[in-house]
Ligand binder design. Structure first.
Ligand code: PMP
Length: 405
């Protein structure tokens, strides 16, 4: 009897009842929402809807209470020291843009270096680049080993150049490889750098502990951890959040405004201009509260089983070039069928009701490095079953047969 009851878990997603014919393996793009999240969203709009932090009336106070409760739930989930260290954003992208903008304006100056890695998502490259030229900041990049893992020797050599900021993903959204984030943070700290982790894929793989990890920033999107789209989290240590120049100005984030000057509100409000995504935060609270009914280790074990079965099946299909390693893999596999275009493979899978993503997955520098035009990506979630794996393998085998005959 498996510890993790996948059928019980899966039954809580109405999506699968509405789409019984589909094998959904595009979880790294976005995940489905359990009924608890959908219900929380409906309930908020039907029973509590009001703006937060500003109304004199009781309804607004209730909405504010729920919104701040959501902040507390996120704070507890990732073990932040203070709730004001949780800033709600529209997603990981917005959070990384806020950090890049904020640090460029308040910390970095001409000639300073920042360190990124070869496997970053565009969301952890472009926001830095937008400012680098203007501020004269230099970007260094950690290369990969032959196994497509981060080269930690090169990482340490690049840290010797004393970058002011080191920013890297917890888990690669293309390869699925899990980075040794604790070790990387410790080494970066020793080198005196501010540490930023892109946890867009990490947040659903494990429950990261901010105080233990000791990074300065960690960001993620709600929709990749069973929550709604349009809500994300920028976690930062108080001292660093206080140093971030706000990217957005407007209501909520101010203390006093005159045409001569503006003084800012305290954290977290200083970095949350305008009406926030209230229902998004409440949906995210519902997602994280619901997820806490399950054991992270049991879910990890279930996903390992799926991954093992997938790799075993792949080994029996000819003409497949797998880019991801099975070791230290969070459940994402990128591959190509020899000489065939990735989008043709994905389309044939689509015709057989297997949902995957193909292309460069917002990681063009990684694909240039791998000298591949793109890849088909299969990403597994806790609600996927061994039956999904088998159906996908069968569909892939048939696709390969069609393409290579
Ligand atoms: N970083 C990584 C590693 C991701 O996988 C993604 C989403 N694909 C992002 C950042 C950006 O997330 P979002 O589009 O939700 O802002």
């Amino acid at each position: 009897m498996p510890v993790f009851d996948v059928q019980q878990f899966r039954q809580q997603f109405a999506f699968f009842q509405h789409n019984p014919n589909w094998v959904y393996l595009d979880n790294a793009a976005t995940m489905h929402k359990p009924n608890a999240v959908v219900q929380a969203i409906i309930e908020f709009y039907q029973q509590h809807n009001s703006n937060v932090h500003r109304g004199a009336h009781q309804l607004s106070q209730q909405a504010t209470l729920l919104f701040e409760q959501a902040r507390g739930t996120v704070g507890n989930y990732i073990n932040a020291e203070f709730n004001h260290e949780i800033i709600f954003t529209s997603g990981a992208t917005a959070a990384l843009n806020q950090i890049a903008f904020g640090l460029m304006h308040s910390l970095l100056k001409a000639g300073d270096r920042i360190l990124l890695t070869q496997l970053e998502h565009h969301a952890n490259i472009v926001p830095w680049q937008l400012h680098c030229q203007r501020f004269g900041v230099i970007i260094d990049v950690v290369p990969l080993t032959a196994e497509h893992q981060l080269d930690l020797v090169a990482y340490q050599q690049l840290l010797a150049l004393k970058p002011k900021v080191v920013s890297f993903s917890h888990i690669s959204n293309v390869l699925g490889h899990i980075q040794p984030v604790a070790q990387m943070v410790a080494l970066a700290k020793d080198a005196g750098a501010v540490t930023v982790i892109d946890g867009a894929q990490g947040i659903v793989y494990e429950q990261p502990d901010m105080q233990q990890l000791n990074c300065d920033f960690y960001v993620f999107s709600g929709h990749k951890v069973y929550g709604p789209t349009g809500i994300g989290v920028l976690y930062g240590k108080t001292q660093w959040l206080e140093r971030l120049t706000p990217v957005f100005g407007g209501g909520e984030m101010i203390d006093e405004v005159s045409f001569a000057k503006t003084s800012f509100n305290q954290l977290p409000f200083r970095l949350e201009a305008g009406t926030p995504n209230i229902v998004g935060a409440i949906g995210l609270m519902a997602a994280l509260s619901w997820l806490q009914h399950y054991n992270v280790a049991d879910i990890k074990a279930h996903k390992s089983l799926l991954l093992k079965a997938f790799y075993q099946g792949l080994a029996t299909i000819n003409a497949i070039d797998i880019l991801s390693q099975p070791a230290h893999n969070a459940g994402i596999v990128a591959l190509n069928v020899n000489n065939e275009h990735h989008s043709d493979v994905a389309e044939l899978l689509n015709q057989q009701h297997v949902a995957v993503r193909s292309g460069q997955h917002c990681a063009m520098p990684l694909f240039s490095y791998l000298a591949q035009p793109g890849a088909v990506r299969f990403s597994f979630a806790a609600y996927n079953t061994l039956d999904d794996v088998n159906r996908c393998l069968l569909a892939l085998e048939q696709s390969v047969e069609i393409l290579t005959k």
